[in-house]
Design a protein around this ligand. Structure first.
Ligand code: HSE
Length: 383
């Protein structure tokens, strides 16, 4: 297998180093703006040198972001090359186009590395859904925010300090707002849900709340409740054929599986009608774990396994979060305007527990209250 590698950042340099140890997969060209000592003979800033090179059968897209990643992927697929990616942002917004194009061109488009880093989660979802009706997904799919929440909870360190550490370790996105505001998790949930339910999911249909506004004072309140905060991505089938899909800070009990997921680790559970509950756990971000997932995609293509794993969703899911009801922790300086029980006072406002309400109502309420209190924080309270 001859590779054109797009991008030599954290993951790109990881897969390059891994593939140096292999004799059946060779990187023959690297698209990079910068020059790296010793790699100048492979590096180019002209993508046509990869696109028009008949020796290259597979492109690994690790430049991230929307453009030019999208255009380069379309061009590679149209040129009859397989594509392997970790780009959840771009894939989640162009999934139908790219999967359909790959199918039409008879090439492979593998995106295992886009959700869950090293965890063979998407791979198994792709397999499971052929033998089961998958009912729900739930998990921690963003390592950066888990690191922040976990270290704030256990060590009392500040939000900014831990975020800087995640950036240094190569976990955070180029723009860490994507992590902190839940956008990265939103994209991953859209991709995983499309695979699980075989209907594409528009990322913007997922009610999404990140952890930007959490304060140490909130964590003190969670401790009193014997709870731990995790950023959970969840989706499930509704009885009427729609699906629910949310990304929310969620208060889980201190002895739950998720509370025991530390640092940048990810965990994802799937519930199937036949298989029951399966939980996956492992490194969800970082150079070597993600490069490992990229290589698994390459190996499946080499081994001819890929076509069986590539069913194409049909149509788009209707996302309806009105049927998803729970109580919420809400800390705000504004008047909540819904039935609540007061939990305590903090320097950043009063902490409340709401009566059970739908996820769509809570997200709408938070949006309205932010007109008066930008810094409010809320989190679902899991039963
Ligand atoms: N920024 C992402 C995370 C990288 O922290 O999980 C892996 O997708």
């Amino acid at each position: 297998m001859k590779i054109g590698l797009l991008g030599l950042g954290t993951i790109g340099s990881g897969i390059y180093e891994h593939l140096l140890k292999r004799d059946d997969i060779e990187v023959v060209r690297i698209l990079e703006l910068k020059r790296h000592p010793g790699l100048e003979h492979l590096e180019t800033s002209d993508y046509s040198e990869i696109l028009n090179n008949p020796e290259i059968d597979t492109v690994i897209e690790l430049i991230g972001g929307m453009e030019p990643a999208h255009t380069f992927t379309v061009q590679a697929l149209k040129a009859g090359k397989n594509v392997v990616t970790a780009n959840k942002l771009m894939l989640s917004h162009h999934m139908e186009e790219l999967l359909t194009l790959a199918r039409e061109m008879g090439v492979h488009y593998r995106y295992d590395a886009s959700v869950g880093g090293s965890i063979p989660f998407l791979y198994n979802l792709m397999r499971y859904r052929s033998a089961d009706d998958l009912q729900s997904l739930s998990g921690i799919v963003n390592g950066t925010t888990n690191l922040i929440l976990d270290v704030m909870q256990r060590e009392g360190r500040s939000f900014d300090d831990v975020l800087a550490e995640a950036q240094k370790l190569g976990y955070a996105e180029a723009n860490p707002a994507a992590d902190v505001d839940g956008i990265d998790a939103q994209c991953k949930l859209a991709i995983a849900s499309a695979v699980a339910y075989q209907k594409y999911v528009r990322p913007e249909d997922i009610d999404t709340e990140g952890i930007r506004h959490i304060q140490a004072a909130d964590i003190i309140e969670f401790r009193k409740m014997n709870r731990v905060c995790r950023l959970l991505a969840q989706s499930g089938r509704n009885p009427d054929g729609s699906i629910s899909a949310t990304v929310e800070p969620t208060l889980v009990s201190a002895d739950s599986t998720e509370a025991a997921v530390h640092m940048n680790m990810n965990t994802i559970s799937v519930v199937g009608e036949y298989c029951g509950l399966h939980t996956f756990q492992g490194q969800g971000a970082g150079k070597d774990p993600t490069a490992f997932a990229v290589e698994l995609g390459l190996r499946d293509i080499l081994d001819g396994i890929s076509p069986r794993l590539n069913p194409i969703p049909q149509g788009y899911a209707t996302v309806d979060n009105r049927q998803l009801r729970r109580s919420y922790y809400l800390r705000t300086k504004a008047h909540p305007g819904v039935p609540v029980e007061k939990l305590g006072e903090t320097d950043f406002g009063t902490a409340y527990r709401t009566e059970p309400m739908s996820a769509s109502d809570m997200h709408a309420l938070a949006k309205a209250l932010r007109e008066k209190d930008e810094g409010l924080f809320f989190a679902g309270i899991r039963d």
